[in-house]
Design a protein around this ligand. Structure first.
Ligand SMILES: Nc1ncnc2c1ncn2[C@@H]1O[C@H](COP(=O)(O)OP(=O)(O)OP(=O)(O)O)[C@@H](O)[C@H]1O
Length: 317
């Protein structure tokens, strides 16, 4: 199968190193989320992989070849970097037909991808009348046209309504299940947590993390438990005897740091203390990401990078 390989990739614009000796591999069969603060170098990396820019140093290859050497690029890589790329006076059907004809792709694929992206009914409308969300769907139709093994999407949820966001999430997961290599950049952490299996995180052009989503969350989470009990005095003394500190919230719930629900549940059961609620706090991707990128966020307001949220994360689907 076809991986994307970035090796010691560097791109300098004057004195700015947009990408700085970057190395990572995007593997098939999973969705890789591509994260990083504004200006971290995500778009530049994607452009270098697609041969739209020349690197200052290092290499970016797809299935071992630079993009320019792919025999049938659109059949190998589908990429969405700019949803405005289609000409406004064209229709989706004519736009996709031209792309198919010039890339040796069967004309039957045009109708297939119009169906798949929900654009079949507007296939004859002029693109200039399209909303941002419809343009985004058209961009994705073009990505899928060549039935590519590698899919690269830059902010694909941009402009999509909630139904469209669910659609794109399911589409990305399906493409990965089919064994394709899927690289997706996003600024939306909850969104990314809902579709990515693996993460590559950049900061100031450098690699900050390259690891499975679950590992990333676990490596950056501090255990914390939330609970409620009817026997506060007794439970408090049991926990304090174990060296645990209880923080009481206004709603009567407690938070206990540095311990898991399993430990507290066992202690309470041993003492016959009833618990009305007991849950481990799960690290959100947002918390983990902010923690990792705090020193690499050039445009952060001073309080932003240090902020944490107390919202508890729903279990990942
Ligand atoms: N054509 C260019 N000329 C000069 N500098 C550039 C050019 N393209 C990108 N840069 C600079 O390179 C750095 C990385 O930009 P890039 O767009 O790749 O980041 P990004 O991670 O995609 O950011 P965002 O999340 O804001 O889209 C930034 O400092 C940017 O200003």
């Amino acid at each position: 199968m076809t991986s994307i390989d970035v090796h010691q990739l560097t791109k300098a614009y004057g004195t700015t190193r947009a990408v700085d000796r970057l190395s990572f591999r995007v593997r098939p069969g999973r969705v890789t989320g591509f994260l990083g603060p504004n200006g971290a170098g995500k778009s530049t990396t994607m452009r270098l992989v697609l041969g739209l820019d020349r690197p200052t140093g290092g290499t970016a290859t797809i299935g071992g070849r630079p993009y320019a050497q792919l025999a049938e690029p659109l059949r190998t890589v589908g990429a969405l970097l700019d949803a405005e790329a289609a000409h406004g006076s064209r229709t989706p059907r004519s736009h996709l037909s031209v792309l198919a004809a010039s890339n040796g792709i069967a004309a039957s694929r045009v109708e297939a991808v119009l169906e798949e992206t929900g654009l079949a009914d507007v296939g004859a409308r002029r693109i200039k009348t399209f909303s941002l969300g419809m343009r985004q769907r058209l961009g994705i139709a073009a990505v899928l046209l060549g039935d590519p093994e590698v899919v690269m999407l830059d902010e694909p949820s941009n402009g999509l309504d909630p139904e469209g966001i669910i659609w794109i999430r399911e589409l990305m997961k399906r493409l990965a299940r089919e064994g394709r290599t899927v690289l997706v950049s996003s600024h939306l952490m909850n969104e990314t947590a809902s579709f990515a299996d693996h993460l590559v995180v950049l900061g100031r052009g450098r690699l900050l993390a390259d690891l499975p989503m679950q590992e990333f969350l676990e490596s950056r989470s501090r255990p914390r438990v939330h609970l409620r009990t009817t026997e506060q005095a007794r439970l408090r003394s049991v926990l304090e005897a174990k060296g645990l500190t209880v923080v009481q919230a206004e709603d009567g719930r407690w938070a206990v740091d540095g311990v898991t629900a399993k430990v507290i549940g066992t202690l309470a059961a041993d003492e016959g203390i009833p618990l009305l609620e007991l849950a481990d706090e799960r690290a959100t991707l947002e918390q983990a990401y902010l923690d990792l990128t705090a020193d690499d966020t050039p445009f952060a307001a001073s309080t932003f990078a240090a902020s944490t949220t107390s919202t508890r994360q729903e279990a990942r689907p």
